[in-house]
Design a protein around this ligand. Structure first.
Ligand code: NAD
Length: 516
């Protein structure tokens, strides 16, 4: 795994301003702010052309936006829970009504096919639905008579201004992992989306306005590392949720924690799918291809390594190559396409470089997607599915997170070897086992050191009422996102100890109080 933070695909400076291109601005105080800073190009990955420019917030603009959020927090925290829930319900209705519009923006800027964009919106919407139950979710504990005439209650109060910094690969879902719960708990929320596909964030902001959220409670600050670093140390920010690559996650965790914020920082992944010889190998091959090549492999829960145990290997590899070779690659809005382009040309070239490296290192490239051409979209950032067999753990294609349509098969002889591989990997986001043996599956689920485990489920993303998060270098911090951990992260606990009645005055007692 590369430990360095790579330069943005835009370079450090930004692009020359092009007055003919639409500008994607910030959302501050309930309206769009065009921005005064640098401009960064936003591509249409299917055509390879620049389709818009996004404003990159300056340190001064970040300061103004946080100031507006802080002011709004003072009012929003006082809004009764029932009223907050009503606004969330309305947001859910608006989202449902405008989801096709949102999916098209996601598809055009990210490059994933429309069905996939609709899928990510549906998973985000689940979190909105979960947060609609906030009056029931936010309750604390209450214990009467802990001592004579003394009662104790614990309450959960909002943290303040929470920031979400999100990756390019789920421009709608990952922000929705964070903000429904943050807002439901009474916080103001500042979203810094990926500069590669920033349009979804603005549309979500419009939806909040339509749902009746007071101005300033939801803010969007566009930009890159400059905006992120200004947010991480801003005195008006109380907490930071981050999702992205591991080196940046570590930087965010260390910087924000040093500045006194609460932080959860979710990082990269290298998800293994272990296939035992007794598994339904056709179903396993279907699952590996769906999970490996959906969204062109640009999912944090994508399967990137298939660990074939014993006699599973030959038929499994044959099934994988056959299925992966039949995946229809096309433009993101082509209704017949199953897999779109990669997000930028730079990223496509990086992924293709890994394929070249794998060949040079001696892995067997059984399916080579490097020369794929989509008629009519010759300049798009396409790369077809690639399948490597006999990958070894010392090879770079095994060690690094590639984040593209490249599936590697590692052959091992035993269950213990398969488990050992997963254990030795520095990441611990998701893992799956395919088997018909319940005892083996149970043993694996309990023994494996990974945050999310699937048994005959290739992408075990927890539903919204559970929390999402990995272990080891896939997450810095101790809370996962959404579900009960989300409520915990977005609130501070206060314990109130109360005595009522008329205890007889007995004079001062300087001893430490004994509660019984
Ligand atoms: P990234 O780390 O490059 O960017 C994520 C965010 O950080 C963006 O908003 C970006 O503007 C900002 N950023 C980038 N470089 C920065 C720097 N040097 N300093 C400060 N901020 C910086 O990630 P990405 O390429 O957008 O997304 C893909 C990565 O995200 C993959 O590694 C993937 O595994 C990971 N991811 C993880 C999860 C998870 O749940 N663990 C979910 C989705 C994506």
């Amino acid at each position: 795994m590369s430990e360095t933070i790579e330069r943005s695909d835009h370079g450090a400076v930004g692009a020359a301003v092009d007055a003919n291109l639409p500008v994607i601005g910030h959302w501050v105080g309930g309206r769009v702010a065009p921005g005064r800073g640098r401009r960064l190009d936003v591509y249409d990955p299917s055509t390879g052309r620049v389709q818009a420019q996004v404003s990159a917030a300056t340190v001064g603009e970040v300061d103004e936006a946080v100031g507006v959020a802080r002011e709004a927090f003072g009012h929003w925290r006082e809004v009764p829970l029932g009223r907050r829930a009503q606004i969330l319900f309305r947001f859910r209705e608006v989202l449902e009504r405008r989801k096709d519009e949102l999916a098209e923006v996601v598809s055009r800027q990210h490059g994933k096919v429309l069905a996939d964009a609709l899928g990510e919106i549906a998973r985000g919407e689940e979190v909105v639905e979960y947060a609609c139950g906030i009056p029931a979710l936010i309750g604390g504990a209450s214990t009467p008579q802990v001592a004579g005439g003394v009662d104790v209650v614990s309450v959960r109060q909002p943290v303040g201004v929470l920031v979400g910094i999100t990756p390019f690969n789920f421009p709608a879902m990952v922000p929705m992992w964070m903000f429904p719960i943050a807002l439901a708990c009474g916080n103001a929320f500042v979203l810094k989306p990926s500069e590669k596909d920033p349009g979804a964030a603005l549309l979500l902001a419009e939806m909040w306005a339509e749902a009746g959220l007071p101005d300033g409670v939801f803010t969007v600050v566009q930009g890159d590392a400059e905006a992120v670093d200004a947010l991480l140390t801003h005195p008006g920010v109380d907490g930071v949720s981050f999702v992205g690559s591991t080196p940046v996650a570590r930087h965010v965790y260390e910087t924000a924690a040093a500045a006194g914020k609460r932080v959860q920082a979710l990082g990269g992944a290298k998800n293994h799918m272990v296939v035992l010889p007794d598994a339904d190998l056709a179903a396993a091959a279907d699952a590996a291809v769906s999970a490996g090549f959906g969204s062109a492999g640009q999912r944090c829960m994508a399967v990137s390594v298939v660990v074939a145990v014993g006699a599973a290997a030959d038929p499994l590899v044959e099934g994988l190559v056959e299925r992966a070779g039949a995946v229809r690659v096309g433009a993101s809005l082509d209704p017949h396409a199953e897999m779109g382009p990669l997000v930028t040309g730079t990223h496509r070239d990086r992924v293709r470089g890994y394929v070249d490296r794998g060949v040079a290192e001696g892995a067997e490239l059984l399916l080579d997607g490097r020369d794929v051409v989509v008629p009519g979209y010759e300049d798009g950032f396409f790369l077809g599915p690639c399948v490597f067999d006999r990958v070894r753990p010392d090879q770079v294609i095994y060690r690094d997170e590639i984040f593209g349509p490249v599936l590697g098969v590692v052959r091992v002889d035993t269950y213990d070897e398969a488990l050992g591989l997963v254990r030795a990997n520095p990441y611990g986001n998701g893992v799956a086992i395919f088997t018909r043996d319940g005892a083996a599956a149970r043993r694996f689920a309990l023994e494996v050191e990974v945050g999310m485990v699937g048994v005959n489920v290739p992408i075990p993303v927890p539903v919204a009422s559970y929390s999402f998060g990995g272990w080891r270098q896939s997450l810095f911090g101790d809370t996962h996102v959404h579900g009960p951990h989300g409520i915990h992260f977005c609130t501070r606990t206060k314990v109130i100890t109360t005595r009522w009645g008329d205890p007889a005055a007995r004079g001062p007692d300087l001893g430490f109080p004994r509660t019984r």
